[in-house]
Write a new protein. Structure first.
Length: 161
């Protein structure tokens, strides 16, 4: 027995390529761009013995100071178990430490160490030429335009900031 559902043809061109009218096109393009950027940026951190997931936590710690693990998970799109593994890795490498939070025995705030800060800065220096390579095919001004548009898309309630 078949359901009485009208048969529709799937939109041709649901590939994420330029000119694709599919409602999935933007998401597919963003995913492809993410994979490319992650691949390129992984080259910058690999020689330092870390992965992009580690760098994401270090970025949060540099930007916000000591941060409870729950907030790190939210900020990096990780789950509780995932953030625990990343922080464990960072602690083992001497790049971050967990400290108790006054007034909350169970919560731990993660803080970047001086060694973590050194690695963070070195990774940024290594990333500069790779970031330039990533946007080499864009016209002058387009990298800044792309960043502005992606910021608006990623943070819609913040006015793009």
């Amino acid at each position: 027995m078949t359901a009485d559902v009208p048969h529709k043809t799937v939109a041709a061109g649901a590939t994420g390529r330029p000119g694709d009218a599919s409602p999935f096109a933007l998401g597919l393009l963003l995913r492809q761009a993410h994979w490319r950027a992650a691949s390129v940026m992984s080259e910058a951190v690999r020689p330092h013995g870390i992965e992009l997931r580690h760098l994401a936590v270090l970025i949060e710690l540099v930007n916000h100071g000591p941060t409870v693990q729950r907030d790190l998970a939210t900020a990096t799109g990780s789950d509780k178990a995932g953030i625990m593994r990343v922080v464990d890795d960072l602690e083992r490498k001497g790049l971050a430490v967990r400290n108790t939070v006054p007034g909350d025995r169970r919560a731990r705030a993660v803080e970047i160490t001086p060694q973590g800060m050194e690695l963070f800065e070195a990774a940024h220096v290594a990333a500069e030429p790779l970031a330039e390579r990533l946007v080499a095919g864009l016209e002058p001004g387009e990298p800044e335009q792309l960043t502005a548009l992606l910021t608006k898309l990623a943070y819609p309630g913040d006015g793009g900031t």
